[in-house]
Design a protein around this ligand. Structure first.
Ligand code: KG4
Ligand code: ZN
Length: 338
């Protein structure tokens, strides 16, 4: 029997300082997340400089807690995996520097992980039977990608956003209707009280690539609608706006994704990223996948938003392939996938 592989995952690409110990890529022994959301809420969004400083303050404590909760010492680890892009450069640098220091001090291999590969790999944790190939929709604050997962860590991008990411649209619309940051969970909640057919917001199509997304037109349509109401002195029903906007996003994500699954075959579809915890999106995929006999996979909400368990999972498959990063590993804010 092969020996267990224990990976320490570290994630600091945005506003969560996170560390996790993962066994054999699929079993989470600890998953510690220190969120800065309350701090950034004061400013209506993530302030990069504040994020970097908070990461520096928290990172050691978060890693120590992850090791102690897992009951594992540095000497028992097999490797350190860290997100090195994409993300905020100052924030990424904190995790990368910390991972390099631990790798050097404890004599452990270092594995750099792509943040989106991490989000996709979150699906391996709770779905022990999930193996590539499959199609995955990654929808977060910074990304909206339709990805063909050909093998572990091997990706083809089928479609991507031309402008705003899905989560970014949620955050901007939430701000416009006075819900505050982060907007996704707040719109999700308010939308339950609204009528999703109340306002006919547009479903954008991108001519050059039918799998690409565009959400900036939808965001502008919501802002125009709010302005028009204000000019006419009409009261805005925020729940209807939230529900109608959310339906427009969900319709486009579902339509594009299911077409990709049909074209690329494999009968397996997964979602990942912060927006993947949206209840209406999950319900729509559950229904449509069941109708088409497609196996549908999604992580629990805690593994959808940024965390380090997903980095430990992705890092495991890179480690198994023999991928090793040198001490010159750098943060790459616009790192490409695949
Ligand atoms: O994956 P994530 O934690 O960070 C990035 O890599 O960007 O995603 C954060 C994004 C935010 O835009 C947030 O508003 C959105 O995910 N989000 C949601 C929900 N929960 C988080 N969007 C829609 N519905 C939700 N329930
Ligand atoms: Zn993310």
């Amino acid at each position: 029997m092969e020996n267990d592989i224990l990976i320490l995952g570290i994630e600091t690409s945005c506003d969560e300082t996170a560390a996790s110990v993962v066994r054999n890529g699929r079993e989470v022994l600890s998953n510690v997340i220190s969120s800065q959301i309350e701090l950034h809420t004061l400013y209506g969004g993530v302030v990069p400089e504040i994020a970097s400083r908070k990461h520096i303050e928290k990172i050691n404590q978060v890693i120590e807690e992850a090791l102690s909760k897992a009951g594992v010492t540095l000497g028992e680890l097999d490797a350190v995996a860290v997100t090195y892009g994409p993300g905020l450069v100052g924030a990424l640098l904190v995790g990368v520097s910390e991972a390099k220091a631990i790798s050097f001090a404890a004599g452990l291999p270092l594995v750099g992980v792509h943040h989106i590969s991490g989000h996709i790999s979150a699906n391996y944790i709770e779905h022990k039977d999930l193996e590539p190939p499959f199609v995955c929709l990654v929808a977060s604050g910074g990304h909206s990608h339709l990805v063909l997962v050909k093998d572990y860590g091997v990706y083809d991008i089928i479609g991507r956003t031309r402008d705003d990411a899905a989560g970014e649209a949620f955050d901007k619309v939430a701000r416009a209707i006075g819900l505050g940051y982060p907007g996704g969970p707040k719109i999700d909640k308010l939308a339950r009280e609204g009528d999703s057919d109340a306002i006919p917001f547009p479903r954008a199509k991108v001519d050059e690539n039918a799998y690409d997304f565009s959400f900036s037109g939808l965001k502008s349509a919501v802002l125009n609608y709010l302005n028009a109401c204000k000019m006419k002195g009409e009261e805005v029903n925020a729940a209807d706006v939230a529900a109608s906007f959310q339906k427009a996003v969900v319709d486009v994500l579902v339509e594009h994704s299911l077409r990709a699954v049909a074209e690329y075959g494999c009968g397996k579809f997964a979602i990942a990223g912060g927006v993947a915890s949206n209840s209406s999106l999950r319900e729509a995929f559950e229904k449509e996948c069941a109708r088409r006999q497609i196996s549908f996979y999604h992580p629990s909400p805690i593994l959808c938003t940024d965390n380090a368990a997903m980095i430990g999972a992705a890092g495991y498959y890179e480690y198994k392939k023999g991928v090793r990063s040198g001490s010159d590993l750098n943060a790459i804010p616009n790192l490409k996938l695949g």
